[in-house]
Design a binder for this molecule. Structure first.
Ligand code: BES
Ligand code: MN
Ligand code: MN
Length: 458
């Protein structure tokens, strides 16, 4: 083990240089203008898997390619399926980046670039630790299967079909995903739950062209007035979501879980500093940590229509549109939530306005069995690398593949994030602390050793 760790410590700069190469590829999955970059990024990942000692293949899909690599040693050893995504969020708004999104730059011990933490920097720790093992020992203590996709950030639909088609190839005892965060700066976490999500778009059409609001205003329904009224009805002033049946299937935190939450270190000031917000907000009766990880939400992500340029413009706009997401907790059902959301909005649509409701791909929430031996093994590996016991904690974000692994492959996922929630994920100036990246490679290297000791009967 010491040899592996020394190997990683001696090659820190090389690892960072390679990560910079990875980060220079603008693999923006949502924007079709970047499909060539998606191809070259997949090729880069394949080459890097091969350099680490895996046998790797690119699987084209009708969307972006999937890269798969494996290093199988002995069927009697545990088989670990690692997952990551090489695609990134669009970097917009570009003008808010201090240095360009695809020109990785080191400042104050952080590496700034789109994808630095979500997820290129985090997934790369596993490639580096595998390489360290193969270079020092010629093999790993477990069987490795490594799946890296390119459609995580764009709600891609091709991964599930791939899992269905390659169940035998992907068979594993446990999955590992590094696409979450530490609990706090230097306090590692094992994420034992994730929220699910549903996403929808409402489109309203009123008159077939914008109308003069002096001539027609007040006599024809205004789609933007209608949209803001229906959206405004979604949440009351106590932060409770008003969609009928919304909370029906919610499993509340147990008293024990709430006790655990209340014992975690948390500073409102730090939280406000991270968000740049002036105050906290949320559903009455729940703490901030509970609100952001264990309570369901309803958020309007964007709204458009009419005129929003300089100066006034007196119109009744022809169209209006809103994008809405709800975060789900156990045991909420995505389809049921979408049905009730649609009905809630549709029933508030005035006469004369055409209502359209578009559904995107969603997923249920996930919780990991806290008594699992895999989890204990992960805990030892993370504690060794961070010099501190990890906190067992749920996160508020969603990683749909975790549900697919459970439902299609029957495997549970260890969520081991090395980054921080304050790394500006999905936002300008995304970064990773180099210290987190390096600790991540060490924790990953220890993980294979610890997982090897789990008896497969469990
Ligand atoms: N890595 C994130 C999810 C995440 C980040 C979970 C931090 C916990 C802590 C992932 O890439 C992501 O952005 N997921 C989307 C999923 C959605 C597009 C279906 C999300 O949560 O919005
Ligand atoms: Mn991610
Ligand atoms: Mn993301």
């Amino acid at each position: 083990m010491q040899q592996v760790l020394d190997f990683l410590r001696n090659r820190q700069q090389t690892s960072v240089d390679e990560l910079c190469e990875f980060l220079r590829i603008p693999s923006i999955s949502a924007d079709s203008a970047y499909s060539d970059s998606m191809q070259s990024c997949a090729a880069w990942v394949r080459n890097s898997m091969e350099a680490a000692g895996l046998r790797a293949t690119i699987y084209p899909t009708d969307g972006h390619p999937i890269v798969y690599g494996e290093l199988l040693r002995d069927p009697s050893l545990p088989t670990v399926l690692i997952y990551g995504h090489y695609d990134v969020q669009p970097p917009d708004p570009l003008e808010l980046w201090t240095t360009p999104a695809f020109e990785p730059t080191e400042r104050d011990g952080r590496l700034y670039a789109r994808g630095a933490t979500d997820d290129k920097g985090q997934l790369f720790t596993h490639l580096k630790s595998i390489e360290a093992w193969t270079q020092t020992h010629g093999e790993l203590p477990v069987n490795i299967k490594f799946l890296i996709e390119g459609e995580e950030e764009c709600g891609g639909i091709h991964l599930d079909a791939f899992l269905e088609q390659h169940q035998e190839m992907l068979r594993a005892d446990v999955a590992v995903v590094s696409d979450t965060s530490q609990y706090g700066d230097g306090i590692p976490a094992i994420t034992c739950g994730l929220r699910g999500i549903v996403a929808a778009e409402v489109r309203l059409r009123g008159p077939d062209h914008d109308l003069h609001s002096g001539i027609y205003g007040g006599s024809i329904a205004n789609p933007l007035n209608a949209l803001t009224a229906m959206c405004g009805a979604l949440i009351d002033s106590a932060g409770r979501i008003q969609i009928p049946g919304f909370y029906e299937d919610v499993i509340d935190l147990t008293d024990e879980e709430r006790q655990g939450y209340s014992e975690l270190p948390f500073s409102v000031e730090g939280f406000l500093a991270d968000t740049g917000s002036a105050d906290i907000f949320g559903e009455e009766g729940w703490s901030t940590l509970e609100r952001r990880t264990a309570r369901p939400t309803c958020d309007i992500n964007g709204i458009s229509g009419g005129y929003a340029g300089e100066g006034p413009k007196t119109i009744v706009p022809s169209r209006a549109m809103a994008k809405i997401t709800c975060r789900l907790v156990p045991d909420m059902k995505p389809e049921k939530i979408l049905d009730s959301l649609e009905e809630f909005l549709r029933s508030r649509c005035p006469a004369g306005i055409q209502f359209e409701f578009h559904r995107y791909h969603g997923c249920e929430a996930f919780v990991f069995d806290p008594t699992s031996e895999w989890l204990n093994a992960a805990r030892r590996a993370v504690a060794a690398a961070f010099g501190q016991e990890p906190v067992l904690f749920r996160e508020g974000g969603s990683i749909p593949v975790v549900l697919s692994f459970k439902q299609i492959l029957g495997v549970d996922t260890l969520l081991l994030g090395w980054g921080r929630n304050s790394d500006n994920l999905h936002s300008p100036n995304e970064h990773i602390h180099l210290q987190d990246f390096h600790r991540g490679t060490l924790a990953s290297a220890c993980l294979w050793q610890e997982l090897a000791s789990v008896s497969l009967a469990d």
